[in-house]
Design a binder for this molecule. Structure first.
Ligand code: AMP
Ligand code: MG
Length: 418
């Protein structure tokens, strides 16, 4: 017997639905990048370059030794070997950081350390391991070609070369490139400030006792964490009750703090209990739609306030809210930082169990991806309220709109969760 997952009975007319792509395109259409700003490289991590970063000087800036050893003329050790070593006079030592003008004359060598400037006259370095390590004179046990163990100026990057193009997200490696090429600051799109507001009369702060009919708020913590994981500064607002008189002021209060707002809950059907849809719908700047996806069908997106701050109103079921974040909000966060196609990485994998998906809707099913085996196991418990399953997943299996069934062994696109 097999357990099939992802089976739901929803009678939605597919013609009423907007495709994931169409909704995403409308979102990206309305998002403008944040104003770029100059930041010091210590502050720039997680930001996105708003300018090309070029090499102001060649990298490395000067010819230098790749090894600890002896700088010399390759022609002075022609034919040298373990059996027929060559002995040269050692005229001194040059260390990394030494700015003195050194020169090597034929028949002599200079002790040199890794990163030290190549002395005039020398064209190669013999590593210390191939010598007797002598101080006044050195016995060399190997022949070398000109250029051996030399790191040439410009060998890493030429002057003027683009090292990091505009649009690059700055992580530790890119910060290293900035510093190594002498940039103390960079013009960047800052980390977006995201404000998360959860709504629902049933919500209680974790740490407080539950009462009958209540649940602990998880969405606001989850969405704030997801925003931080995506490189944003996130602020969480505790649960707002399902009351129009409380909702609008709570959101307006947050406008100054955020470049983007995310609410959860209250958007399903409209009407008295779906306070977000009802209240924000009256503003006329936020569009509520049904998207051809599962979970996450009810979606709202628009702008709010004088500054036309983008706002997402996500459905309240935790899995719906999470999937909506990864499918829509992540792309919008990219756009705020000048990136047009930010999305989760995806791979193809073989599904290890049968699964179901409603016709006309794209399913995102939680699964466990094994990258080594190239398999993905759908988890049981795919209900959009089943937050426990969220804790076990590392991937979302994408089942296309018109695929209603997949069997064991089928190939699927899989979104890799961060
Ligand atoms: P709604 O979208 O408001 O109709 O909520 C749909 C489901 O999600 C209901 O079962 C809510 O109790 C639940 N829910 C809404 N908001 C949250 C939240 N912040 N944390 C956990 N569950 C929530
Ligand atoms: Mg609600």
């Amino acid at each position: 017997m097999t357990t099939e997952v992802g089976h739901h009975h929803h009678n939605v007319d597919p013609k009423e639905l907007t495709s994931v792509e169409a909704h995403l395109a409308d979102i990206l259409d309305r998002i403008r990048p944040l104003p770029p700003t100059q930041l010091g490289i210590s502050e720039a991590e997680g930001c996105v370059l708003a300018e090309d970063i070029t090499a102001r000087q060649p990298l490395p800036p000067f010819d230098n030794s790749a090894m600890d050893g002896y700088a010399l003329l390759a022609s002075d050790v022609t034919g040298a070997s373990r059996d027929r070593p060559v002995t040269l006079r050692v005229s001194g030592e040059v260390a990394a950081g030494d700015t003195g003008a050194y020169a090597v004359t034929p028949g002599s060598a200079l002790r040199i350390t890794t990163g030290a400037q190549m002395p005039g006259g020398a064209d190669a370095v013999v590593p210390i391991e191939d010598t007797d390590g002598g101080v006044a004179q050195v016995t060399i046990r190997t022949a070398v070609e000109p250029g051996h163990a030399v790191r040439f100026s410009g060998g890493d990057a030429r002057e003027g070369e683009v090292l990091l193009p505009r649009g690059t997200r700055l992580g530790p490696m890119q910060i290293a490139v900035l510093a190594a090429s002498g940039h103390a600051r960079a013009e960047v799109y800052p980390r977006p400030r995201v404000v998360v507001v959860s709504t629902g009369d049933e919500l209680i702060e974790p740490g407080h006792a539950l009462r009958p009919g209540k649940i602990w708020d998880s969405n606001s913590f989850m969405l704030a964490a997801a925003a931080r994981e995506a490189g944003c500064l996130a602020f969480r607002h505790g649960p707002v009750p399902d009351d129009p008189l409380e909702l609008l002021p709570a959101i307006e209060d947050q406008l100054l703090r955020g470049d983007l707002l995310v609410t959860s809950g209250g958007v399903s059907m409209g009407g008295r209990h779906d306070v977000v849809k009802d209240t924000l719908g009256r503003l006329g700047t936020i569009q509520f739609r049904k998207i051809a996806m599962q979970p996450g069908m009810p979606q709202g997106f628009g702008t709010i306030g004088e500054d036309r701050t983008p706002i997402f109103t996500l459905p309240g079921n935790p899995v719906s809210a999470y999937v909506s974040f990864q499918v829509f909000v992540l792309a919008a966060l990219g756009a705020l930082q000048g990136q047009q196609d930010r999305k989760l990485p995806s791979v193809h994998a073989t599904v290890t169990a049968p699964l179901h998906s409603p016709p006309g809707r794209r399913s995102y099913l939680r699964g466990v991806l094994d990258r080594v085996d190239g398999t993905v196991a759908p988890l049981s418990g795919q209900g959009s309220h089943q937050v426990a399953t969220l804790g076990k997943a590392n991937a979302l299996i994408v089942v296309p709109e018109w695929v209603v069934h997949m069997k064991e062994g089928d190939d699927a696109e899989v979104l890799c969760l961060p």
